[in-house]
Ligand binder design. Structure first.
Ligand SMILES: NC(=O)c1ccc[n+]([C@@H]2O[C@H](COP(=O)([O-])OP(=O)(O)OC[C@H]3O[C@@H](n4cnc5c(N)ncnc54)[C@H](O)[C@@H]3O)[C@@H](O)[C@H]2O)c1
Ligand SMILES: [Zn+2]
Length: 378
């Protein structure tokens, strides 16, 4: 056999299921039944402490939902709380706790981890589920606008480590995603509005009509009018999901990552702020910066940049952060971004609404000018 080589494709078929419910904790039995179909034995649930604080009945309701949805096959062995926000992504501690709970409660690869919370809890609990037994199914219940309109649709999980965002993690598709409209009602305003930065991002990349919709309805979205906000959340989720299903590279093996538009600076700012700056707000700054940068580099018309900045400001989202300066320190984020992807640098910058281009070099002078512009406008 010396010198032989065996090359074959290896396909793994997966399903990507998302349910949208008015009130997941009180009803939506069809969604729960479908979510738990094919599972058996024990499950454990991890609930964002922010959610549990606002909805004290959550543990009791989860038990009832799993009982109805899982019939006699599935048993919810425990409901545990997890501190919400970036705190649960500080290193592997919380992810490890989830993995350990799977062993403590006999959760097998036919059971599930049910994660209820914002993007951070979904990321940390998801990483724990991905590690336990090399992959316990994950039922994601996203409870923030950002988690519903972006992160829960994805096939990634991870935690921050070594001073870097999402330094440790895995690609692992969720077993199912269950989105609940009612749970969004208890979000603090900054977390409610933060999620719309990802909707603006994907609209800029993919959907001029969505951009117009957000623009027209910005005051209603700020005022939490669900008739205005809910279609935006769903459309954004749909577009993120479309990219994963049909973009040809769900596990990001290639160089281009258009959905990371605005994210190289966002992740750097989050790290520089000691994880105090929220992801949604950081993305608003990052997208604003990339719009200015694209103009400075002659790629984008100034009218699109002005539109982006106006939209974020109308929604009360930031377009500048003092940690953008000094620019040299910010630039280190670019190298981290490159290393995270591997290969040559590929920063997705806008050319026009609906079209972006991967750029291999960012001239520091253009970056400095872009930052200056944002500072002066803030
Ligand atoms: N895996 C991915 O593909 C992906 C994609 C985008 C973002 N993310 C990650 O998502 C995280 C950001 O998530 P986020 O914006 O959802 O915020 P978050 O998870 O940081 O939560 C924000 C706050 O809201 C609270 N909260 C959550 N739901 C609530 C509710 N219904 N009522 C009251 N309080 C509630 C939390 O306790 C927390 O204090 C970042 O870590 C980001 O890196 C991951
Ligand atoms: Zn993001």
């Amino acid at each position: 056999m010396d010198g032989a080589s065996w090359h074959s494709p290896l396909h793994v078929a997966m399903r990507h299921r998302v349910w949208w419910a008015e009130d997941l904790l009180h009803g939506a039995s069809e969604a729960w039944q479908d979510a738990l179909a094919g599972l058996e034995g024990s499950c454990v649930a991890f609930v964002d402490a922010g959610v549990a604080g606002a909805w004290p009945e959550v543990a009791e309701r989860l038990h009832a939902c799993v009982k109805t949805g899982g019939q006699d096959r599935v048993r919810l062995a425990a409901v545990e709380l997890m501190l919400g926000g970036e705190a649960c992504k500080l290193g592997v501690e919380q992810a490890e706790r989830v993995a350990r709970a799977c062993f403590d409660h006999g959760v097998s690869r036919r059971g599930a981890v049910i994660a209820v919370g914002g993007g951070a809890v979904l990321d940390a609990a998801g990483f724990g589920a991905a590690m336990a037994h090399r992959g316990v199914p994950l039922v994601r219940v996203p409870t923030t606008t950002l988690a519903q309109d972006d992160s829960a649709m994805g096939v990634k999980c991870g935690v921050n480590a070594f001073g870097q965002k999402n330094a440790l993690g895995a690609f692992a598709a969720p077993h199912v995603v269950l989105c609940c409209r009612r749970l969004l009602g208890s979000l603090a305003q900054e977390h409610w509005i933060g999620g719309f930065s990802e909707a603006v991002k994907i609209a800029l990349l993919r959907d001029p009509e969505l951009l117009e919709r957000i623009e027209c309805h910005a005051p209603a979205i700020v005022a939490r009018d669900m008739d205005a906000a809910w279609p935006v959340i769903q459309r954004s989720a749909w577009l993120h999901r479309e990219h994963i299903l049909h973009g040809g590279d769900p596990f990001e093996l290639g160089a281009g990552r258009p959905l990371d538009h605005g994210h190289w600076a966002a992740h750097r700012l989050e790290a520089l702020s000691g994880w105090k700056l929220f992801h949604g707000q950081a993305v608003a700054v990052g997208v604003s910066l990339d719009a200015c940068l694209a103009c400075e580099m002659g790629l984008l018309d100034g009218s699109v940049r002005d539109r982006v900045l106006r939209m974020f400001r109308a929604m009360g989202l930031p377009t500048f952060h003092p940690l953008l300066e000094p620019v040299d320190r910010l630039l280190e984020g670019l190298e981290q971004f490159r290393q995270h992807l591997g290969g040559a640098l590929a920063v997705p910058l806008l050319r026009r609404v609906g079209e972006c281009l991967d750029v291999a070099t960012i001239p520091p002078a253009a970056l400095a000018a872009a930052v200056r512009q944002l500072r002066q406008g803030s």
